[in-house]
Design a protein around this ligand. Sequence first.
Ligand code: KG4
Ligand code: ZN
Length: 355
Amino acid sequence: MATILAIETSCDETAVAIVKNRQVLSSIIASQIKLHQNYGGVVPELASRQHLETINPCISQALAEAQLDWQEIDAIAVTCAPGLVGALLVGVTAAKTLAILYQKPFLGIHHLEGHIYASYLSEPELQPPFLCLLVSGGHTSIIYVKDCGVYNMMGSTRDDAAGEAFDKVARLLNLSYPGGPVIDKLAQRGNPQAFELPEGKISLPEGGYHPYDSSFSGLKTAVLRLVQKLGQEEDKSLPIEDLAASFQDTVARSLTKRLIQCALDYNIRIIAVGGGVAANSGLRKHLLAAATEHDLQVYFPPLKLCTDNAAMIGCAAAEHFERGHVSSLTLGVQSRLAITEVMNLYQSSAGGELV
Ligand code: KG4
Ligand code: ZN
C-alpha cells in the first residue's frame, strides 16, 4: 500500500501525518485551542493565520519523525472540504505546492471521510460495508459505507451537532472550550440518573418520529432551564457533576438507540464510530453494551485519533489512491460538501472520467 503524506487544516488543528498500510508513521498535531479558548469557539481569521505559521514546521516534523524523505512519499493528500474556507486554503495550497515541487499525485479529501476511516488505524480487518456513526463538532450522521467513496446518508441532525451540544452545554455550565472532554471528565464523577432530560426527536408529518435523526436543541434548552431553576435555590452550588452525567447519558442513549435501530433494520452487522464525540466514555459504554446485546461488532478509533488529525485523512486517501482516484491540481476548497458528492473530487489516475 502507498505511503501518503496528509495535511489537515479544516478547523483549529494544523495537522500533518504520514500513513502506510493503516499504520501511522508520524502524526503531528499543532492545536490552536488556547488561541480560541478566550472566545469560546473558533475564530476563523485567527485560525487561518495560525495555520500559516505552523504548517511548514509540521510538515518537516512529520517527515523527520517518520524518518522518510520525499522520494519515499507516494502521494500528497489534504482536506479540501468541508471546513473554514481560509483555513482549508492554507492546507490545500501547501499540498498542491508539494505535489508540484516533488511531482507527486495529489488527492483532495472530504474531512468526514477522514473520520469514517479513523477506525482503520487500529483495525486492520475492518472493510466496507459497514455503518458509521459520525459525531463531531459540526456533524451527527449515520452513514452507510458501501465502499470507499460510495455512501448513503441514513440519518442526521436537524439542529445542533452532538459535539456542538457538548460545547454549548459546557458554556452554560461555565466550563471551558471545547466542552466535550470537560463534560466527559465531570460526568464520570456524577450520577447519570440525577436529572431526567428529554431526548430530542424529529417528528414526522404523518405522526411518530424519524427513527435515525437526532435533535439536540431541546435537550440544550432543558439543561438551561434546569440550571436557571437550580441557580435560584440559594446557598447551594450547582450539582455540576450530576448535570454533566445526566446530559452525557441522554446524548449517549439517544445516539445509541438510533444507530442500533438502523443497523438492525438494514441488517448491517458492523459499526464504526468517528469524530470527536467518539472519544466520549458514555457513548462508548452505551454503544458497546447495545452492540453486545444484539451481537453486532462495533469499532472505535484510538482515543487520540477521534478528534481532528491528519492520520485519518491519510488513511482515507490511501483507500482512494488504491482505487486509482486522484484529484486535479485545479481542485478548490469548499466550506460545505455532502459526503455523497465525494467522487466529484477525483478523476481517474488513468486520465479518464470516473463514473
Ligand atoms: O471531530 P472534531 O475534532 O472536529 C470536528 O470535525 O468538528 O470534534 C470536535 C468536537 C468538539 O465539539 C468537542 O467538544 C467534541 O468533539 N469532543 C467530545 C469529546 N472530545 C471531543 N465530546 C464528548 N466527549 C468527549 N470526550
Ligand atoms: Zn473533524
